[in-house]
Design a protein around this ligand. Structure first.
Ligand code: GLN
Length: 279
């Protein structure tokens, strides 16, 4: 017989949680530690140093049950690291993926330490690419556009918390409609998932569909973006656009047809993840 209200120490709680998450998650122990760190209000490193006899807070069970139901860890802990920054995320915000760091790497290769002066992030979500770029280049300024008020609310809080709000403007919009300036760096991680694609666990169920899906072939938004991109690039500027696995050739062709020169860059898994465009 078990008694749910009996105090459980950290070590036992983490062991039991890991077993419970084994069928939901590919990283059950890590998930359990991140959730425990969240309820204890300490980082995972500090958790690993905590006495195993520390009592597990009862709030752990609530988060664990939500994780068991498939909710992403990033939403449960409310944060996800990206490049050099930590972003607040939750329902309504696309969770930053390490793959997207490929776009920052490409921009860093192009601009070096001097960096771009003016940055435009089309579809900025919770501020992932724009805020990482502003953190990378302390003299840069930027504007982030998104069609989702919910995502922009995260972006605004992230900009404030990271001390970057005075160097960026965040506004609602339909891609570059109404924008007439030119930018040294255009960043864009558009929705590119095919409507029927199989996604990782929890993605389709929890993350905002407007940030993921782009028609039957996943290319709808690139077709909408391509014609306006040339007029957004300053002389010597580049656009770094994220693509899904296997979309690089088709996306390069779309932007080349709009008069741009295209190259591409691989992510850490060796897949072409970033299309780089110049005038
Ligand atoms: N990379 C994300 C995924 O496959 C999709 C992000 C996007 O559509 N921009 O889960």
């Amino acid at each position: 017989m078990t008694c749910n209200s009996a105090p459980v120490n950290l070590a036992d709680a983490l062991r039991a949680a890991t077993a419970r998450l084994a069928s939901t998650s590919e990283t059950p122990r890590l998930d359990a530690e991140l959730l425990m760190g969240r309820v204890l209000g300490i980082g995972r490193q500090a958790l690993l140093l905590a006495s195993p006899d520390t009592e597990a807070p009862s709030a752990f069970e609530t988060l664990l049950a939500r994780r068991e139901a498939g909710e992403p860890v990033a939403y449960l802990v409310g944060r996800r690291g990206f490049w050099t920054i930590d972003l607040e995320v939750g329902p309504g915000a696309l969770i930053p993926r390490p793959d997207s760091e490929t776009l920052i790497e490409a921009a860093l290769d192009h601009f070096g330490a001097a960096g771009p002066a003016e940055i435009l992030d089309l579809g900025c979500g919770p501020g992932t690419l724009l805020l990482a770029a502003l953190d990378q280049w302390p003299a840069a300024r930027g504007i982030g556009i998104d069609a989702s008020e919910a995502a922009l609310a995260y972006a605004r809080r992230n900009a404030e918390r990271l001390g970057l709000a005075d160097r960026c403007e965040l506004r609602i919009g339909d891609w570059s409609e109404g924008i007439d300036a030119r930018y040294d760096l255009v960043l864009c991680n558009p929705p590119y998932v095919e409507a029927e694609a199989e996604l990782g666990p929890g993605v389709r169920e929890w993350e905002p569909h407007s940030a993921l899906f782009a028609g039957a072939d996943g290319l709808t938004e690139y077709r909408r973006l391509a014609p306006s991109l040339p007029r957004l690039l300053a002389p010597g500027g580049i656009a770094c656009v994220e693509v899904g696995a296997g979309q690089d050739e088709a996306v390069m062709a779309l932007f080349e047809a709009a008069g741009l020169r295209a190259s591409r860059r691989r992510d850490l898994a060796g897949r072409y993840r970033c299309v780089i465009l110049t005038t």
